[in-house]
Design a protein around this ligand. Structure first.
Ligand code: IVH
Length: 672
């Protein structure tokens, strides 16, 4: 009976992998969405009833999990190199001639699109996805396997049986334009910062700690290079066809070319045609087809001699600079913005462009009324890339000088040594800083107070009802209900939301305070470590530096924050209002500091808990996880089938090797 159940689960997984591939990769489903959902539900139920048959590569795992991901550093088996870039067809000709001279025999060149996303390296073992690592510095990157599993176009199990037992495949993770647009629209609604382009949105997404959010972001992936021993063929083009057959998404635009003319025709064709694609591309890549010839050509220190990237020129327009205005952000940073005569660029009208900082303005030697070149290189916010100096008449227009005083409050601006940005130091009175801090405090990831958008905050600020976050808890129904913008119902809802926020866990409140450099993850670490606000206030720089991920910059920022009388008073008021200024029972339960200061490397598979659960347990008890064994490692948590290289290294460094039972004993878990 049990065997029959197992076989049924395996068959269902196999079938769902196939349907998934047909739907997402081939866009040619053979069953309805409803039938698909029914089968998925059936599998889910059966897996729940048979937890011993768990498989990280089951189709049910595409939805991700809420367990906090930590990204271990992993060394690449083969370094991830970049490509030499060119912008002219002349340089393509030079490349072609160099290869010809180097080989002194006939050769083919494979032309491909250059996808503009985040590169990834996937390791497959025995036909199953075993690891996904980001490029990092090319030598080692972050292990983002849990997040990558949620991408539907990436096969978790391969089709066929002619793949090498172990191989790596390189490709690009991408966020399709329509997903990017919808995500930014949603972020705008939630008053969250927008992503500048799909590339940034993609890299932000694959570094998210919660893989179930990654699953909702609908990422896509194209694959363009196969690496390993015993590859199926000795040429790149046929290997790509194999990849496609095994279930990977390979671009339809790949073309084998035998002459320079064919290459030029390919470049020209895709210059316009690429704009109709669902994902961003920024050029084309040329690769010598034969792997034997690739080996003969070899590498320079940075990139292969057998490949080159041709980048398309970003679209450019010329217009007139009318003025420069300055925006002040929540932390006081001042950003210059160019106001331009409207001009059409890549299908949209551009009126404003980012100028980034004072150095860039100086470098461009900008004058009012200058004719400026605007580019949109994959960014939604266009930038000024140059000035047409010939078009500037003698004595025309005033030179643009970065403001010295805050445009909002008049305070003298400061510039931190070594940093490009200017900022306004008047944090106690400068309106956009005050309002910005309140906006941050109520935002979804912090206190999550719904119904208090930036316009309402602006109104309450102007009439003097809201100057700081503690004022939120003094708002009265009688006063709010009188406001035309709110009315009785919204006022009531808002007050209920504010009341509810008093129960928000301490770590989110700490993040909500908006202390410079204290982001969501750091706030969580500090809260878990220090347990309450009072201890954080009393902590010395040294105490703070003991916390994982807290460096000098963060420690000093925390100390500076709590040294200010005004901040201390604010916290007193939050305390009086009944907010959670210490870790709740929920977060405290199961936490100890038994593993404080110890670094663990986990390897192999386990029976009592999953690897992720062990990672979480180690952190809950004050320990640290790391991806590779080094002198700094204290323990190697060894499971079944662990990598022999890790074991050998641990033994040679005399690192203590422990079993899962040893670990559970160390943290005081009852094994029975
Ligand atoms: S081949 C050694 N092919 O461009 C070969 N790269 O600077 C390595 N990219 O990091 C890469 N499309 O992220 C290759 N069709 C393509 C590509 C491509 C995009 C990216 C990749 C790489 C960068 C090269």
């Amino acid at each position: 009976m049990e065997e029959a159940v197992k076989q049924h689960i395996l068959a269902l997984r196999e079938e769902l992998h196939q349907h998934n591939y047909r739907y997402y990769v081939l866009s040619a489903p053979i069953i309805s969405d409803h039938e698909f959902d029914l089968k998925m539900n059936e599998l889910q139920k059966m897996e729940e009833a048979n937890p011993d048959l768990y498989d990280a590569n089951s189709p049910t795992q595409r939805v991700g999990s809420d367990i906090n991901n930590t990204f271990n550093q992993m060394q690449h088996r083969y370094p991830m190199l970049s490509l030499a870039n060119t912008y002219s067809e002349g340089e393509i000709r030079d490349f072609y001639e160099r290869v010809k001279r180097g080989l002194n025999e006939n050769f083919d060149v494979v032309c491909e699109l250059k996808y503009d996303g985040t590169s990834i390296s996937l390791l497959y073992e025995n036909g199953a996805l075993s690891r996904a690592v980001t490029r990092g510095d090319g030598i080692q990157g972050d292990d983002v396997t849990e997040n990558i599993r949620t991408i539907r176009t990436i096969p978790l199990k391969l089709v066929g049986d002619d793949f090498p037992a172990s191989f790596e495949v390189r490709g690009e993770i991408l966020m399709p334009w329509h997903v990017f647009d919808a995500l930014n629209k949603e972020r705008e609604k939630q008053e969250e910062p927008l992503f500048a382009n799909p590339r940034n949105a993609t890299s932000g997404t694959i570094k998210l700690q919660n893989s179930s959010i990654v699953a909702t972001r609908k990422l896509d992936a194209y694959f363009y290079y196969l690496m390993g021993e015993n590859l199926p063929t000795d040429n790149h083009f046929d290997n790509l066809q194999k990849l496609k057959y095994w279930g990977f998404k390979v671009s339809e635009a790949v073309k084998k070319c035998a002459t320079l003319e064919e290459i030029a025709a390919y470049i020209n064709y895709w210059d316009t045609e690429r704009k109709n694609l669902p994902v961003a591309t920024d050029g084309i890549v040329l690769k010598v087809n034969s792997l034997h010839q690739q080996r003969n050509l070899g590498f320079t220190a940075k990139s292969p001699r057998w490949a080159i990237a041709y980048k398309y020129q970003a679209e450019r327009a010329v217009t007139t600079l009318r003025s420069v205005s300055y925006q002040v952000g929540r932390t006081g940073t001042v950003t210059p913005v160019a106001n331009l005569d409207p001009v059409l660029l890549s299908g949209t009208t551009v009126k404003r462009a980012s100028l980034h900082n004072a150095d860039i303005i100086e470098e461009l030697d900008l004058h009012i009324d200058d004719k400026v070149f605007v580019e949109k290189g994959g960014e939604i916010i266009p930038k000024i890339v140059g000035v047409d100096l010939d078009a500037r008449a003698a004595g025309q227009g005033e030179k643009v000088m970065f403001v010295r005083e805050c445009p909002e409050c008049g305070a003298q601006l400061l510039r931190i040594e070594g940093e490009a940005a200017h900022y306004c130091p008047n944090e106690t009175e400068c309106p956009p800083q005050l309002k910005g801090r309140i906006e941050h405090f109520v935002s979804r990831r912090a206190m999550n107070i719904d119904g208090l958008g930036s316009e309402t905050i602006d109104l309450l600020y102007r009439i003097g009802m809201l100057k700081d976050i503690a004022d939120l808890y003094d708002l009265r129904w009688e006063e709010l209900a009188k406001l035309e913008r709110l009315g009785e119902r919204s006022a009531k809802n808002l007050l209920a939301e504010i009341e509810k926020s008093k129960q928000t866990p301490f770590e989110r409140l700490l993040f909500g305070l908006g202390i410079r450099f204290v982001g969501e993850t750091v706030a969580k670490k500090i809260a878990r470590n220090m347990k309450n606000l009072e201890l954080i206030q009393q902590a010395t720089e040294d105490d703070l530096l003991q916390i994982d991920e807290v460096g000098v910059r963060i420690a000093q920022s925390l100390i500076a924050y709590f040294e200010k009388e005004q901040n201390r008073m604010l916290i007193e008021r939050l305390k009086a209002a009944g907010l959670q200024l210490s870790l709740g029972q929920e977060s405290l339960s199961g936490q100890t500091d038994r593993l404080q200061g110890k670094t663990f490397v986990i390897s192999g598979t386990f029976t009592r808990h999953s690897r992720d659960e062990y990672k979480t347990l180690i952190e809950q008890h004050g320990g640290k996880n790391s991806g590779s064994v080094s002198k700094k490692t204290d323990y190697l948590l060894a499971g079944e089938n662990m990598g022999p290289a890790k074991l050998e290294k641990a033994q040679s460094l005399e690192i203590k090797i422990i079993s899962e039972d040893d670990l559970l004993e160390m943290i005081g878990n009852d094994l029975r």
